[in-house]
Design a binder for this molecule. Structure first.
Ligand SMILES: [Zn+2]
Length: 165
C-alpha cells in the first residue's frame, strides 16, 4: 500500500513538472481569445509563444500616478526572454482602455513589435496614447493596421512571396 502511494506520488510529480502551465487572468481571457481568432485569420501562429509564457496577468505593482501610469508591459528574464504580460489593474476601470492596452501588449509579444510605431499617433502600437477613445471608435480599422503592419505578418508575407516567385 505504501509503495503504491509512493509510486502515485512520483507519477504525479513527473506529470506536474512536464505540464507547461500558463497562468491567464480570467479577466483577460476573452480579449486573448479574440486576439487569437484574429491571429488565425491572418495566418499567424501563436501556440508556441503562448506556452513559453508564465503569466498573462492583471497586476497592482506597475507605476500609477496622475501624470502618467504604466498601463501595461512585457516582463523579461535575465536572458531577455519575455515571461509575463502584465496589465495594470487601473486599466480595468474602463473596458475600452483595457482592450487597447491588452492588444498593445499582445502585439509586442505575439506579433513581434519590438518597437513602437510612433510616440502618440492614435494607433494601438503608439508609445503613449492620449486618446484611447479615438482608437476604440476606429476599432476594426485599428485591428487591421495592428495585424497587417506587424513584423510577424510582414515576415510571413515575404516568405510567401519568396516561395511563389
Ligand atoms: Zn508598448
Amino acid at each position: 500500500m505504501r509503495r503504491a502511494l509512493l509510486l502515485l506520488l512520483i507519477i504525479f510529480s513527473v506529470l506536474n513538472s512536464s505540464a507547461q502551465e500558463v497562468s491567464i487572468d480570467g479577466r483577460l481571457k476573452p480579449l486573448l481569445d479574440n486576439f487569437f481568432e484574429l491571429c488565425d485569420s491572418y495566418g499567424i501562429e501563436y501556440h508556441e509563444k503562448l506556452f513559453a509564457l508564465k503569466k498573462i496577468a492583471i497586476v497592482e505593482d506597475l507605476k500609477t500616478s496622475p501624470d502618467g501610469s504604466v498601463l501595461g508591459m512585457v516582463q523579461r528574464d535575465e536572458a531577455g526572454n519575455i515571461h509575463t504580460i502584465a496589465i495594470n489593474w487601473i486599466a480595468m476601470l474602463d473596458t475600452e482602455i483595457l482592450k487597447v492596452v491588452a492588444f498593445h501588449e499582445f502585439g509586442h509579444y505575439f506579433l513581434d513589435y519590438s518597437e513602437h510605431v510612433c510616440n502618440d499617433c492614435d494607433i494601438i502600437m503608439a508609445r503613449v496614447n492620449s486618446s484611447y477613445f479615438k482608437i476604440s471608435n476606429d476599432w476594426e480599422n485599428q485591428l487591421e493596421i495592428l495585424f497587417k503592419q506587424s513584423p510577424t505578418y510582414k515576415k510571413n508575407q515575404s516568405i510567401i512571396t519568396a516561395t511563389t516567385f
